[in-house]
Design a protein around this ligand. Structure first.
Ligand code: NAP
Length: 276
């Protein structure tokens, strides 16, 4: 697996495993399949499962890249510090590789979000300086949310996790992160299955003799985005890692990037969730 260097020099694996709605058994299988980067969150209520699966694997902790997140109700200086310690305890670890602000706002219409985010980031910077997180980052921060941090921070975020998949290209946000040397991780890289049967994805899967999921994962990688697919079976876990024997050519990438919006989760930090 290839690794990518973050803006602070820390290396992150080029594909991660999304753990939303997974438990110990699935995480253990993913370790056996070769995944070393696990994306969890306090909200997923499975940090203990991630911690135990890693311990029980017998593989040294430093070979893993563990990311967790502070949820919407854990924003604020003291709240974030408390949330971080609780996450560490549940993970049974003395550091994480990446600590993330899950969403920029407690609710989509929360007026004081900018002050709250700045305060939260200050706690994140202290956690980073204490070497309890090797990197600190964001999730679901669009350029106008990012600006609040960039204008006031001492330490720049290393990552931003966004919904990215064919049919939800997030071109503007991706370009903005690239300009600021912030690595983008793509959540729901398979559009949570919603894009796998799109005619263009099926056409390209047949052309490159791969699966629809592999087209989606390769699309992320070729855009410089680190995908974090979730899968339940060994076959799918392996399939999602087996994406380095082919390359999507430029014209096909152009078609994927300009695909009309499809498979969107309906989630946006500034608006109420749109039912899908
Ligand atoms: N930061 C955020 O706000 C945020 C939001 C959402 C998600 N995330 C993160 O992103 C991770 C991934 O996103 P996601 O779980 O929403 O969706 P996803 O990874 O896009 O898709 C997962 C779905 O695709 C299926 N699948 C996996 N591999 C497949 C394959 N090779 N062929 C066919 N189907 C396949 C899985 O089925 P089975 O499980 O049945 O195999 C599952 O239903 C999450 O687990 C979480 O860590 C973050």
């Amino acid at each position: 697996m290839h690794n990518i260097e973050l803006n602070n020099g820390v290396m992150i694996p080029g594909i991660g495993f999304g753990t939303y709605k997974t438990d110990y058994t699935t995480i253990k299988l993913a370790i056996d399949c070769g995944y070393r980067y696990f994306d969890t969150a306090s909200k997923y209520e499975n940090e203990e499962h991630v911690g135990y699966a890693i311990k029980d694997s017998g593989i040294p902790r430093q070979e893993f890249f563990v990311a967790t997140k502070a949820w919407r109700d854990e924003l604020g200086y003291h709240e974030a510090k408390k949330a971080f310690n609780s996450s560490l305890e549940r993970l049974q670890m003395d550091y994480v590789d990446l600590y993330i602000i899950h969403w920029p706002k407690p609710t989509h219409d929360y007026e004081g979000w900018a002050e709250l985010v700045m305060e939260t980031w200050q706690a994140f910077e202290e956690i980073y300086k204490e070497k309890k997180a090797r990197a600190i980052g964001l999730s679901n921060f669009l350029p106008h949310h990012l600006d609040v941090i960039l204008e006031s921070c001492e330490i720049k975020p290393m990552t931003n996790q966004l919904e990215v998949h064919p049919g939800y290209s997030q071109d503007y946000a991706l370009a903005y992160c690239k300009e600021n040397n912030i690595l983008v991780q793509g959540w729901s890289p398979l559009g949570r299955e919603r894009v796998l049967n799109h005619p263009l994805i099926l056409e390209l899967a047949s052309k490159y003799k791969v699966t629809s999921a592999q087209i989606c994962i390769r699309y992320s990688i070729q855009r410089g985005v680190v995908p974090i697919p979730k899968a339940s079976s060994v076959e799918r876990m392996k399939n999602n890692l087996d994406v380095f024997t082919f390359e999507i050519d430029k014209s096909d990438m152009d078609r994927l990037i300009t695909l009309p919006q499809t498979g969107w989760s309906g989630e946006h930090p500034d608006f109420e969730r749109v039912p899908v």
